[in-house]
Design a protein around this ligand. Structure first.
Ligand SMILES: Cc1cc2nc3c(=O)[nH]c(=O)nc-3n(C[C@H](O)[C@H](O)[C@H](O)COP(=O)(O)OP(=O)(O)OC[C@H]3O[C@@H](n4cnc5c(N)ncnc54)[C@H](O)[C@@H]3O)c2cc1C
Length: 609
């Protein structure tokens, strides 16, 4: 019997191999068809390029692509990580990817006040180390934020960054494929990043929307279009159920003027006595090299590593550079202004519908067959999230939502502590007390995340050794209002689960008390505050450490054209330039920054040559 099944499986596989919507099709795209490959080099082929781009995430990949569209310019892209693998393509495995060397493995420094229920009292802060950057290990949720987020950037003195002006770059980056949203004012169908609905979701996603409706919230058809506020299904950066990373979207080009070199770690920017960047020093396979740029060096190493590289190159706070004994090139507020969307892990609801993502349900051959042959089923879920809501609490100050509720049809208990617990660094004690008792049960999670935090963190270096990990200070709840906003988000969530829509599924809140919070009555504001301080969730949207701002902004590191103040021929193009964090999930905005940044470089050098 087994043999017959095996033969049937083989025949169907062969029939399916050329179909691009199957997993086999994906293998073909990655491994065999040269037009789909990312063409990499072991080492740069030249000693001098026109442009050097450092880092290939959603910031750097669009820059390398757009600059190399001009065949007369030579472009080098240096990336510390290796090319992404086939398992990065399967959306459900996002937490597994965080446990590999595709993650830099950073953790927030312990401040003794938050992350108290995490291993070593430190929250994890994963960052992708791969061609494609963090977009190769992220949850793929595609949101643009609110229009007012970008108008705020412009109001801070960054002219040209208002929503009206950046919309064309959001559109340029996007290949929108949601058939029931046909809106060419906001969307474009022939850009680079595939955007679609999840190929699979549980019926509870609709229940979440129904519950929102029952409480009088708006149901938004397209939170990336005219109306962000309200409840809707998540839009994903996936291509027929497979990850669409920055490298897949932008680097599958074969151009003789673009050299892509993975596993090459940049150690510092080379800056001459006229304060012009003229290249970088990098390490590959244990050897150090220099490579030069005749026009510009572009740092796109992400919020943590771009700040680190700037400081290693002498651009940073003078007192910190003095401590590190790094010669000062430019006194600048590098590493300040660090922002994150923080949420809460402890909002779990047990339901009596046998539909959630559970380890034992994943051990079913049908799950794999669905993904292998159709790229659908639970493996195409972006790690669990299915729907979200942008809402306002009583603290909202303008027309923007101040909380996002992200709904997922799984919980930390769903995989019995095998992966999710470890990826997020939840301590054994917390797991054993509040999550383990629900192992094997159907549980859903809501993360209420603050959209516009007032607290600011900071990045510092331990030493001038480029291989030392930086010190990441989150300072998440320095402003106590941030905690209050999340507590309000929790209360809105609890209301949702008291609706008829969720009661139909027997929804019951997990009221096991978080260790360290036993003295508070469950469900009171003090209990929730204690819980948030114990097990906050990092949404991993770190940004802001090389702040964009006008000349008279003492905290600005780059100008509105993303040029580093005080050093010529050096730009930063990634999440670190964001003066304030956009709402939602920020990758779509980083692509926009990449597209707009590239356009500004092109405009400058095209007119010169
Ligand atoms: C686990 C996780 C889940 C997330 N989920 C979502 C989500 O669902 N939706 C969303 O919108 N956002 C999500 N994000 C955030 C999103 O992925 C990032 O905001 C985005 O990728 C930032 O882009 P970037 O280009 O600024 O940096 P990155 O994507 O981090 O890219 C930086 C690149 O630079 C490379 N680099 C660093 N240092 C060096 C060096 N010295 N030399 C050479 N190369 C270097 C890195 O290896 C990396 O490839 C998530 C992030 C993580 C980690």
């Amino acid at each position: 019997m087994k043999e017959i099944l095996g033969i049937i499986f083989l025949i169907v596989s062969i029939i399916n191999i050329s179909e691009s919507s199957t997993f086999f099709g994906l293998l073909t795209e990655y491994g065999l068809k040269s037009s789909y490959k990312i063409h990499t080099k072991t080492l740069p082929t030249k000693s001098e390029y026109d442009f050097i781009v450092v880092g290939s995430g959603p910031g750097g990949s669009p820059v390398a692509n757009r600059l190399s569209e001009n065949g007369t310019w030579n472009v080098l892209l240096l990336e510390a990580g290796k090319p992404e693998g086939i398992f990065n393509q399967i959306p459900l495995l996002v937490e597994n990817a965080q446990m590999t060397d595709y993650n830099w493995g950073y953790r927030v420094e312990s401040d003794g006040k938050s992350c108290l229920g995490m291993k070593d009292i430190r929250c994890t802060w994963p960052r992708g180390k791969s061609l494609g950057g963090s977009s190769t290990i992220n949850n793929l949720i595609h949101t643009r934020g609110n229009k007012l987020d970008f108008d705020e950037w412009a109001n801070l003195g960054n002219s040209g960054w208002e929503y009206e002006n950046v919309l064309k770059y959001f559109k340029k980056s996007e290949k929108f494929g949601i058939p029931d949203i046909d809106d060419s004012f906001y969307h474009n169908t022939d850009g680079n990043v595939n955007v679609e609905y999840s190929q699979w979701r549980t019926p509870l996603a609709k229940t979440f929307l129904d519950a929102g409706k029952e409480l009088g919230y708006n149901i938004t058809k397209d939170y990336n279009g005219a109306e962000q506020m309200g409840f809707g299904y998540v839009q994903l950066a996936t291509d027929k159920g497979a990850r669409c990373s920055a490298s897949k979207a932008y680097l599958r080009v074969k151009r003789s003027n673009l050299d892509i070199v993975p596993s090459a770690r940049v150690l510092r920017v080379l800056i001459n006595s006229r304060k012009e960047a003229y290249g970088v020093e990098y390490e590959k396979d244990g050897k150090n090299y220099e490579v030069h740029a005749s026009k510009e060096v572009i740092l796109s190493a992400g919020t943590i590593d771009t700040a680190k590289l700037l400081i290693l190159s002498g651009i940073g706070p003078k007192d910190h550079l003095d401590e590190l004994e790094i010669p000062l090139v430019k006194d600048a507020k590098v590493g300040y202004n660090l922002q994150e969307h923080v949420a809460f892990w402890g909002l779990n609801f047990i339901v009596d519908s046998p539909v959630t993502i559970l380890l034992r349900r994943l051990l079913n051959p049908i799950v794999y067959a669905k993904y292998l042959f159709r790229r659908t089923g639970p493996l195409s879920s972006p790690g669990g999230p299915e729907a979200l809501a942008f809402i306002q609490t009583k603290y909202a100050q303008d027309g923007r939502p101040d909380i996002e509720l992200l709904f997922a049809s799984f919980a930390i208990s769903s995989d019995k502590g095998l992966v999710i617990k470890n990826a997020y660094g939840i301590s054994d004690r917390v797991f054993d007390v509040i999550f383990r008792p629900n192992s094997g049960k159907d549980v859903v999670t809501i993360w209420p995340s603050i959209q516009h935090p007032r607290s600011r963190g900071r990045i510092l270096l331990k030493s001038k050794n480029p291989y030392d990990e930086p010190i990441l200070k989150g300072n998440f709840f320095d402003d106590p209002l941030d905690l209050d906003v999340i507590v309000e988000g929790i209360k809105h969530t609890v209301e949702l689960f008291n609706t008829k829509a969720f009661k139909k599924h027997g929804a019951k809140i997990n009221s096991l008390k978080i260790p360290g919070c036993e003295q508070y009555e469950f469900g009171t504001d003090d209990y929730w505050k204690c819980g948030i301080l114990s097990i906050p969730v990092m949404e991993n949207h770190e940004c802001g450490t090389a702040k964009m701002g006008p000349k008279d902004d003492p905290d600005a590191v780059v100008d509105p054209e993303l040029k580093v103040y005080g050093v010529d021929r050096l730009r930063v193009i990634d999440a670190s330039i964001m003066p304030t964090i956009p709402g939602g999930h920020i990758t779509a905005s980083v692509y926009m920054v990449g597209e707009k940044g590239a356009d500004m470089i092109i405009q400058k050098w095209q007119t010169k040559s």
